[in-house]
Design a binder for this molecule. Structure first.
Ligand SMILES: Cc1ncc(C[n+]2csc(CCOP(=O)(O)OP(=O)(O)O)c2C)c(N)n1
Ligand code: SF4
Ligand SMILES: [Mg+2]
Length: 347
């Protein structure tokens, strides 16, 4: 009699969960949208890092990109803020409960156009969160107008040409003191998962500017945010390796061509340099690289700048260990007597 093989149980991570348990609702985006590919990489990175779902806070603004927080980690907390206002809400959430693992997903319109004012203050405060910009160069949700990251000279399907210079979000982030700045492409899954894992381990704002083609409005020949353009022009500056704090660290690389950066939780991000002389811990080198890429119209991806030692906003404020949101009412509300005393003093 032939025996029937038992179905194989799916692999689990260090907190005993399968990758499926990091999923969310079914996407309603257009088939082939780059944003859905990024959602899958976020799901994978959270699974591989063994993040506890109920500690995740998912923040977003408005746009097709901002809808995607519903498509992963459905056991986490979620907040869809007003267009461009996610940074303020995320800052408040982190101040109330610094034990959260906060991930913001935004668009280039949400971040670089209407939200630019909020975004710069998030960066200068160094609020500890992962901030993913799903960058397609257009306002996808409102039918494809140019955003502030569209390259000068790029053309819409209708023939309209963008005459304005693009805002480089990575350069802006480095200038404002962000300690983890990366650029990637939704189609480069291996690189993106590595960068996301590094971002989860980083303490401070981790900015990931991810080119994410809008297949409906900005995926044609004369677009610099299309799948074809990104695939043909992508030049990774390093190969990303990541060793989480819970794995044994082994030194198995050639130090001459590899840069190893220890993150605050003891994880290591290992950068096998493809540009041998590039130092991702140097601000000056990062600016030079970004300016050179802009001049040559190159699409460089990888970890552009990292500084794990930079103090984050919550450490600067010296918050108590116990999250403010978890304090019982009798510890946050003044007593009747204290209020009476205050009233008396005001007489
Ligand atoms: C205050 C306000 N202004 C304008 C809008 C209209 N609006 C909604 S989404 C959006 C742009 C979204 O673009 P982006 O952030 O790049 O996201 P994408 O859809 O491209 O992923 C705009 C202008 C709005 N919802 N609220
Ligand atoms: S309109 Fe563009 S950005 Fe929006 S879901 Fe469709 S392909 Fe994605
Ligand atoms: Mg957009």
């Amino acid at each position: 009699m032939s025996s029937v093989a038992e179905p194989k149980a799916p692999p689990t991570n260090r907190v005993g969960l399968t990758v499926k348990e990091y999923g969310g609702s079914k996407s309603t985006l257009c088939t082939g949208c780059g944003h859905d590919v990024i959602t899958r990489q976020i799901t994978q990175a959270m699974f591989e890092m063994g993040v506890t779902p109920h500690r995740v806070a998912k923040m977003s603004g408005i746009g097709c990109s901002s809808k995607t927080t519903a498509y992963f980690v459905d056991r986490g907390h979620g907040f869809n803020a007003v267009h461009g206002r996610m940074p303020a809400v995320a800052t408040g959430a982190m101040l109330a409960n610094h034990r959260l693992i906060t991930i913001g997903v935004s668009g280039d319109g949400d971040t670089a156009s209407i939200g630019a004012g909020q975004f710069v203050h998030l960066l200068r405060r160094n609020v500890p969160m992962i901030y993913v910009v799903e960058n397609n160069g257009v306002y996808g949700l409102t039918k494809g107008q140019f955003s502030a990251t569209a390259d000068a000279g790029s053309r819409l399907k209708t023939g309209v040409v963008n005459d304005l210079p693009a805002i480089d979000l990575c350069a802006m982030a480095i200038e404002l003191g962000c300690g983890y700045v990366a650029r990637s492409f939704s189609g480069d899954m291996k690189q993106l998962v590595g960068l996301l894992k590094g971002a989860i381990a980083h303490r401070g704002t981790a900015l990931l500017d991810v080119i994410s083609p809008c297949v409906t409005f900005n995926n044609h020949e004369s677009s610099t945010k299309s799948y074809k353009w990104a695939k043909d022009h992508e030049e990774p500056i390093q190969e990303i390796g990541f060793v989480p704090f819970f794995d044994e660290i082994r030194v198995d690389y050639d130090p001459g061509t590899t840069q190893d950066v220890e993150l605050h939780d003891g994880s290591h991000i290992r950068l096998k340099k493809l540009r041998a002389d590039y130092d991702a811990t140097s601000k000056a080198a990062a600016f030079e690289l970004l300016h050179e890429a802009q001049d040559k119209q190159e699409f460089l991806t990888g970890l552009i700048y990292v500084n794990p030692a930079k103090k984050d906003f919550l450490s600067l404020l010296d918050l108590p260990d116990e999250p403010l949101a978890l304090l019982p009412a009798d510890r946050v509300r003044p007593s009747r007597e204290a209020l009476a005393q205050m009233m008396e003093a005001l007489k």
